[in-house]
Ligand binder design. Structure first.
Ligand SMILES: [Zn+2]
Ligand SMILES: [Zn+2]
Length: 255
């Protein structure tokens, strides 16, 4: 299989069905060289990781690294973009343990203030059911760009899933920071034109499963059909026949 790493998978610590070890074993069985465990961010109302479970996650990953030295295991988070100022639901101290930071928009996260609830969270929730105004699209795009400035985000998960943004503008900022935009294994929420516009900016993409069960780890059928149909150059896919070197890793190692 040309894709040798899966950098967006969920475990029972959020709302996945398998343990961290189950995901790791599944990754090995399908021939992956690297896997990231990226459960949902802390401020999701229903399935965010609980702070009290964090040490157990860290311990589980350490144990799995010892038991399965043949695969590299990253511990990360699929953090939530939670307001229009680009705030993401991690604290400064989380950078100590985060090997990889995935960030995406999800409905039903906690609010940072009444102003943001009425300016960002509620309007996006309602627009997701009806239609996004141009004003909201501009505001959302700006929120993502600010998040890229504020946090060492490695991957933006499922762009335009549940939210509407100007993907090309986000991709320009992402290219600047070395952040990757994801073609998500469950669903690609961008139009063909939007995907092509990402490539025009110089931003690279990554393909992840977003597995919520071990059986789906390393399953990339949906995004690969896009690669095929849109003739996306495989050198622009960070985990195609090569291993990505993430922004967060680079900042840690290179300073
Ligand atoms: Zn997600
Ligand atoms: Zn996810």
């Amino acid at each position: 299989m040309p894709l040798i790493g899966d950098y967006h998978t969920h475990s029972v610590y959020s709302h996945g069905h398998g343990s961290i070890e189950d995901n790791v074993k599944a990754a090995i069985s399908v021939g992956l060289k690297e896997i990231a465990i990226t459960d949902h961010g802390f401020m999701h109302d229903f399935y965010g990781v609980r702070r009290m479970d964090l040490q157990n996650m860290i311990d589980d990953v350490r144990a799995a690294r010892k038991k399965y030295p043949q695969i590299k295991i990253y511990l990360g988070l699929e953090a939530n973009l939670i307001d229009g100022t680009g705030r993401v639901d991690i604290e400064e101290a989380d950078k100590e343990w985060l090997d990889i930071l995935v960030c995406g928009y999800h409905k039903c996260t906690a609010y940072t203030s009444a102003k943001e609830a009425f300016g960002f969270n509620f309007p996006n929730f309602i627009s997701g059911l009806t239609k996004f105004s141009n004003k909201q699209v501009v505001k959302n795009t700006d929120a993502y760009i600010k998040a890229l400035e504020r946090y060492p985000i490695d991957i933006i998960s499922h762009p335009n899933y549940g939210i509407k943004t100007d993907v090309k503008e986000i991709a320009k900022a992402a290219a600047h920071y070395g952040t990757l935009l994801e073609l998500n294994g469950k669903k690609v929420s961008m139009t063909d034109e939007e995907i092509e516009s990402i490539l025009d900016t110089g931003c690279n993409i990554i393909i992840d499963s977003d597995a919520h069960s071990p059986q789906k780890v390393g399953y990339f059928g949906v995004p690969l059909s896009y690669v095929d149909r849109l003739s996306i150059p495989t050198e622009r896919i960070a985990n195609f026949d090569k291993l990505p070197r993430f922004r967060r890793y680079r900042e840690r190692v290179d300073g």
